[in-house]
Design a protein around this ligand. Structure first.
Ligand code: HEM
Length: 412
């Protein structure tokens, strides 16, 4: 059974892609007279669904970050903390601004370009909220750029399919409209070929970063979901090829218009299946990141696994509440061999006001882990933990949000 977060993400992606694809398709189509208003309304509706599903997505993730039930996150101002103090939160606020700009554009006479531009930013910025946003270094930047291309091309193709199918139905029975639809179909088909190529290339780049070698594809639930996604994509390509080489040459014949509308709706349904899988993928640990915990995690501790291509670290702060705590850091290469460091420091930066940043140098213990016996953490909240590792004459900093929870009883 898909969890609510996966479904909400899928609805959000579908709405963003449609909010981009519809005005973009109309720019390609030119004048569509009586279809103009329904498609403008469809774009506004897609933006509305994007905002509502985005708010639900944000709330579910905020509750996870704060490690509290949704009701509590809604109640005690936790959402504000996450919105202002985490990258995910700040990106969600920025994307809300893009959605509002999109709404504003839809209300203006010449709405297509500004609406498409606002929706492109709303959709492209999704890349910073997912796995691509957590990458670092040149590979991280490549992954981010590839994911933006992936999202925009998904919007210009899959996101435009509903408008395309509606145009085909609208054009049946009217020779002038049918002739116009035939011309638009040929133009859209060219755009679709470009988008499919971009999706394939960026999809392979995303997969290479997040799955690693294809042999590991079916070894993890992430890999299996991705394999199913690629299978649905292949089915979409078969339909698209049928549309392009069998049906399009028969346009503007009435039957061909009807058949093309039907196969386009089928393509859209497959595309929604793909988005459900993408909704799921974003909630799973990528296959290349699957690690069993290096030691049993103390339930009273704050724990975070930080991962880069260079080194990964398991950081445990116990107890994970304000007061005096100890920190243990275990460093690993990607293949789990111990990572040799010359020096390790831990910095904790409060992402809220009223607490001071702290930094401590760690001491290496006999089992190879790096330990800080005593450090004083002033307040609960979201802190940015930075593990600074000196090695091979250089230094690597790993950072991630870490939640220091409220004490259940008197702080020490
Ligand atoms: C109609 C075709 C496709 C659509 C609509 C589509 C859509 C998407 C969307 C919306 C995302 C989410 C991006 C994010 O959260 O940052 C995504 C991610 C991804 N896509 Fe696709 N995609 C398509 C085809 C493909 C193909 C053919 C591949 C592989 C060759 C692929 C591989 C991936 C991977 C690996 C991710 C990253 C998922 C993650 O963040 O964990 N996609 N796709």
């Amino acid at each position: 059974m898909l969890e609510p977060l996966a479904i909400v993400r899928a609805v959000h992606f579908a709405a963003c892609l449609a909010a981009l694809g519809t005005p973009a398709f109309m720019l390609l189509a030119g004048s569509l007279d009586t279809l103009e208003r329904p498609l403008r309304r469809f774009t506004a509706a897609a933006l509305a669904v994007a905002v509502v599903s985005g708010a639900v997505w944000f709330t579910l993730v905020a509750a996870r970050i704060l490690a509290v039930p949704v009701r509590e996150a809604l109640g005690d101002g936790g959402l504000i903390t996450v919105a202002t103090d985490t990258r995910f939160g700040r990106m969600a606020v920025l994307r809300l601004v893009f959605a509002v700009l999109g709404f504003g554009a839809v209300l203006t006479p010449r709405w297509r370009w500004p609406a498409a531009a606002a929706a492109a930013m709303l959709t492209g910025a999704i890349a910073w909220t997912g796995h691509a946003g957590a990458g670092t270094g040149p590979v991280g930047s490549l992954h981010l750029a590839s994911d933006v291309l992936h999202l925009i091309s998904a919007g210009l193709w899959l996101g435009a399919l509903p408008a395309f199918a509606l145009m085909l139905l609208w054009s049946r029975g009217d020779p002038a409209r049918a002739k116009l639809a035939a011309g638009v179909t040929r133009r859209f088909s060219l755009l679709a070929v470009g988008c499919v190529l971009a999706l394939l290339i960026s999809g392979v780049v995303n997969s290479a970063v997040l799955v690693g070698w294809p042999t590991g594809l079916l070894a993890s639930s992430y890999g299996r979901a991705l394999a199913l996604k690629v299978a649905l994509f292949a089915m979409m390509l078969v339909l698209a090829a049928f549309n392009r080489y069998r049906l399009t040459p028969c346009l503007p014949a009435r039957d061909a218009l009807g058949a093309l509308a039907a196969t386009t709706f089928a393509e859209t349904a497959l595309g929604l299946g793909i988005l459900l899988l993408v909704g799921l993928l974003g909630t799973l640990a990528p296959a290349s990141h699957l690690h069993k915990p290096t030691a049993a995690i103390n339930p009273d501790a704050a724990f975070v696994h930080i991962h880069t291509e260079v080194v990964m670290a398991d950081l445990t702060i116990a107890p994970g509440t304000p007061g005096t705590s100890a920190a243990i850091m275990r460093l690993w290469h990607e293949d789990y061999t111990p990572f040799i460091a010359e020096r390790v420091k831990l910095a904790l930066d409060p992402t809220f006001s009223g607490a001071a940043a702290i930094q401590h140098e760690a001491v290496q213990s006999a089992d190879g882990s790096w330990v800080i016996e005593r450090m004083r953490i002033q307040s609960p909240g979201v802190w940015t933990a930075r593990v600074i590792i000196d090695h091979d004459g250089t230094s690597t900093a790993l950072d991630a949000p870490l939640v220091i929870t409220q004490c259940s009883n008197d702080c020490r």
